[in-house]
Design a protein around this ligand. Structure first.
Ligand SMILES: [Fe+2]
Ligand SMILES: [Fe+2]
Length: 245
């Protein structure tokens, strides 16, 4: 099993594409993820991130929007509405993911775990940005309940972090696995020729799968069945509400 120390960032990355090299080089810079902060600093960073997530432009990675190279297909009114609602749900899910990661970063005990989660949270911001842009292109609004999703998820994330890192990582892994299943369902529901939304969800699916693997390899433990069930139920409430509001 891969250990936590294997997350040490490589000094001389080799065999990577230009984009990967740029990402790794950014990761080696002394940014927010490599400094030690006090609990108060962490809290203030969390609040700042929350405000940016909900009302501003959150910090994203160097990656480009997967929809950018896709040709926009002509959608009927019904198709446009459906795709817009699905992208609104996905946007709300990313708001929740952001809350979850920030909450966990606040209470995670090992610095490596915190750093790893912050990188994943940054990638969730890419998803957030892509989903918001696509929802707007489709002529719809983002969920009015986003502050509720964020606050609720941040509280759950902080609790998971307090339970200890192996549970916290197990929680991340389970969340990501459930998101992958949810994205597969949405890929089946999207209008067949909505290439732009499809490209975004495909990339998100890859990322979420990777986040789950990383969390497990870092020592995440399998959650008890009732907890998994409860998580599924909570996300169902959110996805069904965000379809309409
Ligand atoms: Fe995501
Ligand atoms: Fe993720």
């Amino acid at each position: 099993m891969q250990t936590l120390t294997s997350f040490t960032r490589p000094e001389q990355p080799t065999g990577h594409t230009c984009a990967e090299r740029a990402r790794l080089s950014n990761m080696n810079k002394p940014d927010d993820t490599s400094r030690q902060y006090s609990p108060v600093d962490q809290l203030l960073i969390g609040i700042d991130t929350g405000i940016r997530t909900l009302f501003g432009q959150p910090k994203i990675t160097e990656r480009s929007n997967p929809a950018q190279n896709q040709t926009g297909a002509e959608l009927s009114e019904t198709e446009r509405q459906l795709a817009g609602r699905l992208m609104r749900i996905n946007h709300a899910g990313e708001v929740a993911a952001q809350g979850l990661y920030q909450g966990q970063a606040l209470t995670a005990r090992l610095p490596q775990i915190r750093q790893q989660m912050e990188r994943a949270a940054l990638e969730e911001n890419d998803h957030l940005d892509w989903c918001e842009k696509r929802a707007k292109e489709l002529g719809t609004h983002v969920s009015a309940l986003n502050p509720v999703w964020y606050a609720g998820s941040a509280a759950i994330g902080a609790l998971a972090g307090l339970a200890g890192d192996k549970w916290s990582l197990g929680f991340v892994a389970e969340t990501e696995k459930q998101v992958v299943k949810h994205l597969e369902k949405h890929l089946g529901q999207l209008p067949e020729h909505d290439n732009k939304s499809r490209a975004i969800l495909e990339q998100m699916k890859k990322d979420e799968g990777r986040h789950a693997t990383v969390a497990l390899e870092a020592g995440g433990t399998e959650l008890p069945r009732p907890v998994k069930k409860l998580m599924g139920l909570t996300s169902k409430i959110m996805t069904r509400t965000a379809f309409w509001v």
